[in-house]
Design a protein around this ligand. Structure first.
Ligand SMILES: C[S@@+](CC[C@H](N)C(=O)[O-])C[C@H]1O[C@@H](n2cnc3c(N)ncnc32)[C@H](O)[C@@H]1O
Length: 315
């Protein structure tokens, strides 16, 4: 396909919608704009690299489902996660910096009531681990998991369970401990993702999964939502390693991608409200993305793997 061309604006024929319930959820966050639905594609991408990949760098990590999955499933030797939001960073620093067990225990010991939530969220954390706990709690009791200022608490939640409806202490504990287990394969950097991209731009043994705050919804969702998209695209064009970017399907972004000679593919996903949406994948060579025609068999295969619960080698 010609660089910059797009395979259509409707749902691409033959491309499956990922059923996120079939994807192992490894992040302690329920992250707005999270990429769980992209996991089967990422497996496909990383398995089709011609060079061995030492490291996956996720410069806008958020809930970091892609970095965690890649490290956990041995798709790369290690993952580096970068995040600028100090609350989100506290969670990664606590887990990877030796306080994961404390955090896991704190989660299961917490007795959730409207009063205890209010008290916990109003308190000023005195340490990274306390800030981490407060962030995880906030992520679970605020509407849509949104951590940015202005997001309110859930009212009815799911099935009338109110504030508790997204608070799964045992599951959270398990996820935190699982990340702790693989902490020698994960590095966390609190800071600017652009800077980390720049620092690693000459490395050929890394791949970048770039999922920046999107142009349209970002302000409502994230504390740090301003990104210089032009600068990001020009950084990407200079990378020695491979990259995959995801964006919303915005004209401004398609124009930037076309200007840099990148390929684009629209892939279907379901929003949290079960609406079918299209998201944009951008890279130098997206030949590996299953599309109609000759790659339809791969797409069917992916659909099957997703629907049948994914064979072991794809987990
Ligand atoms: C679209 S979200 C990433 C979601 C993530 N891929 C997931 O699956 O959970 C973008 C993230 O970039 C972070 N961010 C914004 N500006 C940043 C910067 N300059 N450096 C690093 N992170 C930044 C935001 O705080 C947000 O967590």
């Amino acid at each position: 396909m010609a660089a910059g061309a797009l395979t259509g604006s409707k749902r691409p024929k033959g491309l499956p919608i990922v059923n996120v319930a079939m994807v192992p959820q490894r992040s302690p966050f329920r992250y707005p704009g999270g990429k769980t639905w992209l996991v089967p594609y990422i497996r496909h991408w990383l398995r089709h690299r011609s060079r061995p990949i030492r490291e996956l760098i996720e410069p806008f990590a958020g809930g970091a489902i892609i970095g965690l999955t890649a490290a956990c499933e041995g798709l790369v030797e290690s993952a580096t996660l970068v995040e600028k939001d100090a609350d989100v960073a506290a969670v990664w620093r606590a887990i990877l910096g030796g306080e994961g067990r404390w955090l896991a225990d704190r989660v299961v010991d917490f007795e959730l009531t409207p009063e205890s939530v209010r008290r916990a969220l109003d308190s000023t954390p005195r340490s990274t681990k306390e800030r981490a706990f407060q962030t995880l709690l906030r992520n679970r009791v605020q509407r849509g998991g949104i951590l940015a200022r202005g997001a309110g608490l859930m009212k009815n939640g799911e099935n009338g369970r109110g504030l508790r409806s997204r608070w799964y202490p045992a599951t959270l504990r398990k996820r935190i401990l699982a990340i702790l287990e693989m902490r020698n394969r994960i590095t966390f950097v609190e800071g600017d993702g652009m800077e980390v991209i720049r620092r690693n731009s000459r490395r050929r043994d890394v791949v970048f999964f770039i999922d920046p705050p999107y142009t349209v919804a970002a302000r409502r969702l994230y504390t740090h939502s301003e990104i210089d998209h032009e600068e990001l695209f020009s950084l990407a064009s200079e990378l020695a390693g491979e990259f995959l970017m995801t964006y919303d399907n915005a004209e401004e972004i398609r124009a930037l991608a076309a200007r840099h000679g990148f390929e684009m593919r629209l892939v279907p996903m379901k929003s949290t409200h079960h609406a079918e949406m299209l998201e944009l994948l951008i890279g130098r060579d997206l030949g590996w993305v299953p599309v109609q025609g000759s790659a339809a068999a791969t797409a069917r295969q992916l659909t099957l793997q997703i629907e049948q619960g994914l064979p072991d080698d794809l987990r």
